[in-house]
Design a protein around this ligand. Structure first.
Ligand SMILES: NC(=O)c1ccc[n+]([C@@H]2O[C@H](COP(=O)([O-])OP(=O)(O)OC[C@H]3O[C@@H](n4cnc5c(N)ncnc54)[C@H](OP(=O)(O)O)[C@@H]3O)[C@@H](O)[C@H]2O)c1
Length: 369
């Protein structure tokens, strides 16, 4: 019964996708006499938490003595809303079922203790793994201080991600494109290098599936991005950030700001933009997960700097014989067991094979939740 109710709470939670970050997605379900009598979710950043939404939707006498099922420990601090654990206790709920503790240092076990101190029984760990996966960006950012980073690319059987030169060519098939858009909607930001923008002129939005488009991020030391590119022309305010060098002239930056593009300056390191500073600035803007979509030089830099957690690699049944590989021929990777990856999933999407890997180090971090 608890697992079924928690699965429902998790599907409620996902209704907040794209609207609540950097808050976690949370869903809550109320059970009484072995029946589900209510459900709710956290709808928008700064809005009521799922537990408060649920309590608001039902009369007090129905809530009394019920069991609350929620995918994250209820909060215990006064933030944008009053603490949910006190509200739960005040309404006479007798049992609370949670998937995980909240790693936020303001909560971290205090919500559960607050409930237990008021005589409420707390059952922990129901659907724990699924609950961590749904909010992996939130958990990771809280624990490691940087967003969860997924590198995604499509390659041919002979390992090419593109033709040489600035020739536009799609490697994967249309069904894979739909899967890519699904991946996009599960991230707060999509990041590419300037050469990808100059070659492909991408939109980087979510359009083949329902969902909110993430923030689009371009790494462009010298602000070479053309004002007529689709990213610059098509975007609503604040949805595109271009990271550039601290040496870039004011005039170029101001021209882009006039076009509603946000420009951030970071230091350079070996002639390239400093990636740690870049991802830290994104974290400060509330980004908890980043999908790195290439190209090769960007992928290489993220791997070299050990700034990645998952790899989503698509292998398409094509042979190019020439072209760019996903990573440079030679680059430095610290050879450590922790840098090895575990295969999480293999998918066959209309003959494109998708391999989903996670770094052992990241798996170890997530196991501490
Ligand atoms: N098959 C796929 O999945 C896929 C996906 C994406 C792209 N692509 C293809 O890949 C090709 C482009 O790849 P690419 O390797 O030439 O270029 P890229 O990775 O798209 O962009 C590289 C450029 O980004 C800038 N940059 C800024 N900071 C950087 C950093 N820390 N590390 C690396 N680069 C940084 C540099 O230009 P500045 O010095 O000017 O800043 C660098 O030259 C295109 O043909 C595109 O179609 C394929």
């Amino acid at each position: 019964m608890f697992r079924k109710a928690m699965s429902l709470a998790l599907s409620e939670a996902e209704k907040g996708l794209g609207k609540v970050s950097p808050n976690p997605m949370v869903g809550a379900v109320l059970i009484k006499n072995r029946k589900i009598i209510g459900k709710a979710f956290h709808k928008r950043f700064g809005g009521l938490h799922a537990e408060a939404e649920l309590i608001k939707s039902l009369p007090d006498k129905i809530i009394k003595n019920a069991t609350l099922v929620v995918n994250l420990e209820p909060c215990s601090h006064y933030g944008k809303t009053p603490p949910c654990s006190l509200l739960i206790a005040d309404k006479g709920i007798k049992k609370v079922v949670v998937s995980t503790k909240d790693p936020n240092p303001l909560v971290s076990g205090r919500g559960i203790r607050c409930l237990e101190n008021r005589g409420i029984r707390v059952v922990k760990g129901i659907c724990r793994e699924e609950a961590i996966e749904v909010n992996r960006g939130f958990f990771f950012a809280q624990m490691e201080g940087r967003p969860f980073i997924t590198i995604k690319y499509a390659q041919t059987i002979d390992g090419r991600i593109a033709f040489p030169g600035k020739k536009r060519y799609r490697i994967s098939n249309f069904s894979s494109l739909i899967y890519t858009h699904t991946l996009r909607k599960y991230h707060d930001a999509i990041l590419v290098g300037i050469e990808t923008v100059l070659t492909d002129d991408p939109l980087l939005n979510v359009r083949h599936v329902d969902g909110v488009s993430p923030l689009k991020v371009v790494l462009d030391s010298g602000l070479r991005i053309p004002p007529e590119s689709r990213l610059v022309r098509n975007e609503e305010k604040g949805k595109v950030i271009i990271f550039t060098s601290k040496r870039t002239g004011k005039r170029k930056i101001e021209e882009l700001i006039k076009l509603n593009i946000r420009v951030e300056q970071v230091d350079e390191q070996n002639g390239k933009l400093n990636l740690l500073q870049t991802v830290n600035k994104l974290k400060e803007s509330g980004i908890t997960s980043i999908l790195v979509e290439g190209g090769a030089r960007i992928i290489t830099s993220f791997i070299e700097d050990d700034l990645y957690d998952d790899l989503e690699v698509c292998i398409s049944p094509k042979i190019l014989g020439e072209g760019i590989r996903a990573t440079a021929d030679h680059f430095k990777v610290p050879i450590r067991y922790e840098n090895q990856m575990r295969l999480l999933k293999i998918k066959n999407i209309s003959n494109d094979v998708w391999l989903h890997y996670r770094k052992i180090k990241t798996i170890n971090i997530m196991e501490k939740i």
